[in-house]
Unconditional design. Sequence first.
Length: 319
Amino acid sequence: MMNLLARSSVRHVLGLLGCTFLLGGMVGMLPAQANLLLNGDAEAGTLAGWTDPLGNGFAVSTSTVASGQYSFTAGPSGPAGSYNHELRQDVSVAGLAGAIDAGEMMSSLRGVGRSNAAGGYVDAGYVQLEFLDSNGSALSTYGTGTFAPHNAWQSFADRRVVPVGTRTLRLRLRGSRPIGGSTDCFFDDLQLGVYQWRAMGAGCAGANGTPDLQLVEPPWIGSTYELLATNLTGGFGLMVVGFTGVNLPLQPFGLGFGSGCILQASPELLQPLPQVGGQGTWSLAVPANPALAGFEVWNQVAELAPVSAVSTASRAVLR
């Protein structure tokens, strides 16, 4: 009965993903539900979704934008002279407490910012992301520092494990000026997301060392999940794709595998992995189907060569 249930579950997931695998990703895709921020790109034309905790003023700009029609700016507000500004948005992740406290959730922040300078004075713009516990205390903080070089848009990006105990993500857009009546720093295209991805096991070495599996793009529903395999030798590479974990020694099968080669991803699908210069990329266009939420995708690379190897494995949970 358990085997029948397992096969039924696999068929269900393959049915949901089947158009992606069989048609090479030719799926009608909706925008990824990856951005937890409301109005992160300012395209509402207002400060909707954000708060001004200092009450010192923030605005939207149409004159200095990175993309679209609007950006955020500290702008002309307050008395002349030194002045500070902040725009803030809190995102609750309390619903993911179990995965966060298991150390399996990652955060992804990206965007662009700009600090303008003139006459030796800098209107400094910078971003902070705080990981807050249930009491509002900061467990960890990421900061961009002042955007530089000045007078040009600068991109920033950060990925990290969400600290155990985190219940709220707080994004702070901060600006300050030393003189004058306008704080000319700008923020645009802000994206904040969380995803569940974890590297598993140790792999086993081939002629070029142990293949490694690295995350390129997170496993978000309605987006493209992408992995990079490194330390390959130019042999015949296969991406093993499954929906659960296993612990299967490969040495008994021969094929050049040694005693430490363990398959950890259930082999529901085997896909050739082309490689260039010892690296190969694999991607999965995940349909924008809410029914996929919570499904696991396990990956591992096996490379057949005179000394065959397997990579570290990975476990992703679609969200």
